[in-house]
Design a protein. Structure first.
Length: 258
């Protein structure tokens, strides 16, 4: 069984609106490991187009010299601002992503695990042509445990390593199925992420085949006292559609013997 899909995401941060935009096209193939299709192995590949940009500085904002003199001590802002002054405010690149996943389904539980890699081929995204996307390794695991007809517990964890940096995130959500016939449900939960040592607040749901979620990230370490806004919001939604064609067999005409 094979599938195709597209995805988009965008992230904007900082006083100069440093923005990454991704558009992806992916293909996957599912191998059933048993006749009832309760154990499925999935192989996937994606091609990603990436655009990185920053907003051109306006009057009244920090100058590059002010940043160098300590108005801002963030070296990334310094480099981005200097690039913007030179007019180099947008750059694009292409990346390849590959992954392997396993899904196990029982009457009361769904278990999903997987691993993916990106940055397989060199992709330069520096405004001055110096920065390359690092090789990234991502592993994840998630469980949906249906404890009764309406309630579920859904723990999940993800680990990722990119270049010299790494982080681990885990969360647990409680799901409530308010429409048993259509399997519509709402979810809420809490999580934690290393790196910035952040608490994560989660809400979401599954309604009419659309899976969506909203998270709020609140740093608890020294990052929380840094100047500017250090927390963040994330919103995502996905939909799995089916394209099928009903066969129209030719009618069979039976002629009786004369």
């Amino acid at each position: 069984m094979d599938w195709g899909g597209i995805s988009f995401n965008s992230d904007t941060r900082g006083i100069f609106s440093f923005k990454d935009t991704y558009s992806r096209l992916g293909l996957s193939y599912h191998f059933s490991l048993d006749k009832k299709q309760t154990s499925v192995l999935t192989l996937g590949i994606q091609i990603a187009n990436i655009n990185r940009s920053i907003k051109k500085p306006e009057e009244g904002q920090f100058t590059a010299q002010q940043i160098a003199n300590g108005v801002s001590t963030d070296p990334d802002i310094d480099r981005m601002f200097r690039s913007a002054q030179e007019g180099k405010i947008s750059v694009s690149a292409r990346d390849w992503v590959g992954g392997l996943a396993y899904t196990r389904t029982t009457k009361t539980m769904v278990v999903k695990t997987g691993v993916a890699v990106s940055g397989i081929l060199p992709a330069r995204l520096g405004f001055n042509g110096l920065f390359e996307l690092p090789f990234r390794l991502i592993g994840h695991a998630a469980v949906v445990n249906q404890i009764n007809k309406t309630m579920s517990i859904e723990p999940a964890a993800i680990f990722q390593k990119a270049g010299y940096g790494s982080e681990f995130m885990f969360n647990t959500k409680i799901g409530y199925k308010y429409n048993k016939e259509k399997n519509d449900k709402v979810k809420a939960g809490l999580g934690f992420r290393t790196g910035t040592f952040s608490a994560i607040f989660l809400i979401g749901g599954e309604i009419k085949g659309i899976n969506f979620g909203l998270s709020y990230d609140l740093p608890l370490s020294g990052y929380a006292s840094a100047p500017g806004t250090q927390n963040g919001f994330e919103f995502g939604a996905s939909y799995i559609g089916f394209l099928k064609k009903t066969p129209k067999p030719k009618p069979i005409v039976i002629c009786p013997r004369l």
